[in-house]
Write a protein that binds this ligand. Structure first.
Ligand SMILES: Cc1cc2nc3c(=O)[nH]c(=O)nc-3n(C[C@H](O)[C@H](O)[C@H](O)COP(=O)(O)OP(=O)(O)OC[C@H]3O[C@@H](n4cnc5c(N)ncnc54)[C@H](O)[C@@H]3O)c2cc1C
Length: 456
């Protein structure tokens, strides 16, 4: 059988695409969703079971379907959660909501397209008969489709040093993937922990450690030692930003935004005003300026733009103020054993000096560093045979304004799209639900518009 659409992935993006396909495709159409994640719809972000792991976007902006903006808030109300549109729900609830939304659409048997959810890893992809793309699955099967949507996320960045340099008895104390929360059960209350990376994943892990009874010291090492900031309890009104009036280089844009922040009562008003026009601003930047932004401004962008819920921020700040959590700015150079502990040696930022952090555990929270296609054997293989091409910034794959994959040498009727952070080179602001849901709907509309009409 040849599918009309194959969706590859099982996180939010894949489920958003699938839900839109169910709503828009004729009953005669056939869809396959290939995902290697047992919890279809949860992905990395919404798999957590801890209530402390909160969304960083208010509930009122987290509906899966942009044309039904209150969907998530209504779902929360129906579950008896006392949360309003401006509150920050738990990520585990959000994972359940995404799963429920898909299940609700699948329960509708009449007049809906066929959807096969296939639990498998897509291991390879080839073009067949110049009209379909065929995926080889980890279970040995092969499935082919006329339209494909890649929803693979950006994966986890690996440790910047080789853990093999550490004797085997200590290697089990290096947590390469902190999202397998089982490691928390092995940590003794007084153990010391070194966390690599200081973004949102670090805050999640610190709070998860505390919730598991950990009371020891936590050292956080990152290149700049910057941590995410908090949302305001009463958000300021966004300050409208005229993109056309902004200068053309990153350094001048930053100067202008800093000046606006000084004038505004709260800098968040400027960031929130920038939010709806970030895509337009990105389109105006030359490739050199985009690369300059990634090299110099990204850490500052991340901490101001991806903020944490106010109460989560307060809890974290208390740990910092009482020196339970300490920050170090530098570059990890090596990992070694010192007696029965790990020694992380790093070069101190802006100096030639070296320093060391001794800890019982080392946790890799460099997480959502933009790993490009390097995290995915499937994408690397697709790039090798020129089905996709990396974007010029190396943060994802080349797509056009309609999210369709662009490879100059490929001319084929089988259409290939990408949704989510893999398309950041083109859109930049495409890692969170409010943007991905719009992209998912637009991609489905494009696919539906070119499918042959069902036979009468
Ligand atoms: C900890 C964390 C918290 C976040 N919090 C928020 C938030 O509060 N609000 C918000 O809007 N955004 C948040 N985000 C951003 C989040 O990334 C997006 O909201 C969204 O979850 C991205 O989903 P995705 O499907 O694109 O990627 P992912 O969730 O990474 O899913 C990709 C899926 O593809 C599967 N896959 C990969 N390769 C293959 C293959 N070869 N074959 C089959 N399947 C494959 C993976 O197993 C995975 O399930 C958060 C992200 C993280 C990491």
């Amino acid at each position: 059988m040849i599918y009309d659409v194959i969706v590859v992935g099982s996180g939010f993006s894949a489920i958003a695409v699938t839900c839109n396909l169910i709503e828009q495709l004729p009953a005669s159409a056939k869809v396959a969703v290939i995902g290697d994640d047992p919890g279809f719809g949860r992905g990395t972000a919404y798999r957590t079971e801890l209530y402390l792991h909160r969304l960083n976007v208010p509930a009122g902006r987290m509906s899966l379907l942009p044309h039904r903006p209150d969907d998530f808030v209504d779902w929360l109300k129906a579950r008896g959660r006392r949360l309003q549109a401006g509150d920050f729900a738990s990520r585990s609830d959000y994972g359940l909501y995404v799963r429920d939304t898909l299940a609700r659409l699948l329960r509708k048997r009449d007049n809906r397209c066929r959807v096969d959810l296939i639990k498998a890893k897509a291991a390879g992809c080839v073009e067949r008969y110049n009209s379909t793309l065929a995926f080889q699955l980890g279970n040995g099967d092969e499935i082919a489709g006329r339209n494909v949507v890649l929803c693979l996320g950006v994966g986890n960045a690996s440790l910047p040093v080789d853990p093999a340099s550490v004797p085997p008895f200590l290697r089990s104390r290096i947590v390469e993937n902190p999202w397998r929360l089982s490691w928390l059960r092995r940590v003794a209350p007084s153990d010391t922990v070194c966390i690599l990376g200081s973004g949102l994943t670090m805050i999640d892990q610190v709070l998860a450690l505390r919730a598991h009874g950990h009371r020891g010291r936590i050292d956080v090492l990152s290149r700049r030692g910057l941590a995410p900031l908090g949302h305001a309890r009463t958000p300021p009104a966004p300050l409208p930003i005229d993109v056309q009036a902004l200068p053309g280089t990153i350094s001048d844009i930053l100067k202008s935004l800093r000046a606006k922040s000084r004038e505004a009562a709260d800098w968040r008003a400027v960031m929130d005003g920038l939010r709806p026009v970030t895509g337009a601003l990105w389109q105006r930047l030359s490739s050199e300026e985009r690369a300059r932004f990634l090299r110099h401004a990204l850490p500052w962008w991340n901490i101001h733009r991806h903020r944490v819920a106010p109460d989560v921020f307060d809890r974290f700040e208390k740990l910092v103020s009482e020196a339970t959590v300490r920050f170090h700015a530098g570059f990890l150079k090596s990992l070694a054993a010192e007696e029965d502990r790990l020694l992380a040696k790093y070069r101190v930022r802006a100096t030639r000096e070296f320093a060391g952090i001794r800890a019982d555990w080392l946790v890799n929270c460099t997480g959502m560093e933009r790993a490009g296609i390097s995290h995915s054997p499937l994408l690397k293989e697709m790039s090798r045979i020129q089905l996709i091409a990396p974007d010029s910034l190396g943060i994802g794959i080349q797509v056009d304004a309609a999210s369709e994959v662009v490879v100059p040498s490929r001319i084929s009727p089988a259409r290939l799209f990408a949704v989510g952070a893999l398309t950041a080179g083109q859109f930049w602001e495409i890692t969170a639900v409010p943007d991905i849901r719009v992209q998912a709907k637009a991609v489905v509309e494009e696919i539906v518009s070119t499918l042959p009409a069902p036979e009468a």
